[in-house]
Design a protein around this ligand. Structure first.
Ligand SMILES: NC(=O)c1ccc[n+]([C@@H]2O[C@H](COP(=O)([O-])OP(=O)(O)OC[C@H]3O[C@@H](n4cnc5c(N)ncnc54)[C@H](O)[C@@H]3O)[C@@H](O)[C@H]2O)c1
Length: 330
């Protein structure tokens, strides 16, 4: 099977590419990535001599390139996105271009391939639980039929993409699936996101900035469990399916930060409370019952083990972290 993966030099995409090529000897992946500040070619260095991995440096907005690549594959899994909420508040435009217009380009390339050559391709959109908005203090959970109510420019752009996928399916008959996952953590995550940023700062004895009082709750899932869920959905789900993916693992930000400090042997005095993010959603929590029941997917990591493993990975990859931090600091 040969697939086009987009954004495969980013955090989740790189984990997908590395893990799936290791698990599945018959799989071939074409990996299209624009190498934005968040893309890291070095994360894939172990595949340099692997003929099953073809890296293409390019933009999902490039219609002719995307058309050429789609003509060579049996399906598309789209990881490419601008993914950092804080950046979307500062400068939403690039989020609208990549996360909405880029998805339109990918969907149309699949559509054209079907129209011209009668080949049916599956399109998998990697979405997020942030499309559902804020649970506040309701104690409720996101289900697949929870109304879409995004809060940030990032989540609004991801919601728009989900709506485009639904429209291209209904209007043009595309074979599409969508997964909406909770917060991921694990190796190769860009050190501007909560867990790798806190690990990096704690290890250097720097202040750890925590938004507001640190009471925002997220449901955390190890990236390898997410990658496995994507594969289950891509290969087994019925056409048009939407699946939530989550770890039933809710943590307040402040408790994660304290745990990282404990694991790295640093004092809680390093915590520094900073002004809250505008529009900051209080709580996300996923009901992942559907993917568990229908596809038999289960997370394999406990959060305690996953976090220890992640801290260890960052300790062993200082050069990788320093190179990426240099990009945000320059
Ligand atoms: N990180 C999470 O916790 C999380 C949770 C749920 C869903 N998601 C979704 O998963 C996907 C991957 O997230 P991530 O955390 O790996 O993101 P990331 O920011 O680490 O990586 C994104 C990748 O996309 C590439 N890219 C950006 N714009 C591009 C363009 N125009 N053309 C081609 N490539 C482009 C970047 O170079 C980078 O390699 C995103 O769609 C995100 O919305 C992420």
């Amino acid at each position: 099977m040969r697939l086009l993966v987009t954004g495969g030099a980013g955090f989740i995409g790189a984990n997908f590419v590395l893990r799936m090529l290791q698990r599945l000897p018959e799989l071939e992946l074409i990996n299209l990535d624009a190498l934005t500040y968040a893309g890291c070619r070095e994360s894939l260095a172990s595949l340099d001599a692997d003929p099953r991995h073809t890296f293409v440096h390019g933009d999902i907005l490039d219609e002719s390139l995307v058309g050429e690549l789609v003509a060579r594959v049996e399906g598309v899994i789209n990881f490419a996105a601008e993914s950092h909420v804080d950046r979307s508040i500062e400068d939403p435009d690039v989020f609208l271009r990549t996360n909405i217009l880029g998805v339109r380009v990918l969907l149309d390339a699949v559509r054209q391939e079907e129209k011209k050559h009668g080949r049916k391709l599956r399109f998998h959109q990697v979405s997020t639980d942030e499309v559902y908005g804020d649970l506040g203090d309701s104690g409720d959970y996101f289900r697949e039929d929870t109304p879409l109510a995004p809060s940030s420019p990032y989540s609004a752009s991801k919601t728009s993409a989900d709506l485009l996928v639904g429209a291209w399916r209904r209007t043009f008959g595309l074979d599409t699936v969508i997964t909406r996952c909770s917060n991921n953590y694990g190796p190769y995550q860009f050190p501007e996101k909560l867990i790798p940023l806190m690990i990096w700062k704690a290890r250097r004895g720097e202040k750890l900035p925590v938004y507001g009082k640190g009471l925002n709750v997220r449901d955390w899932l190890h990236v390898e469990d997410h990658v496995d869920a994507i594969w289950e959905v891509y290969t087994k789900a019925g056409s048009g399916a939407v699946y939530n993916v989550g770890g039933s693992n809710e943590w307040r930000n402040i408790d994660i930060v304290k745990r990282i400090l404990a694991e790295t042997g640093q004092p809680e005095e390093l915590i520094s409370y900073v002004a809250d993010r505008p529009g900051h959603d209080l709580r996300y929590a996923i009901d992942a019952g559907r993917i568990r029941r229908e596809l038999g997917w289960e997370p394999s990591y406990t959060f305690e083990d996953g976090l220890k493993h992640t801290i260890q990975w960052y300790k062993e990859h200082d050069a990788w972290v320093d190179a990426l931090r240099a990009r945000v600091e320059s």
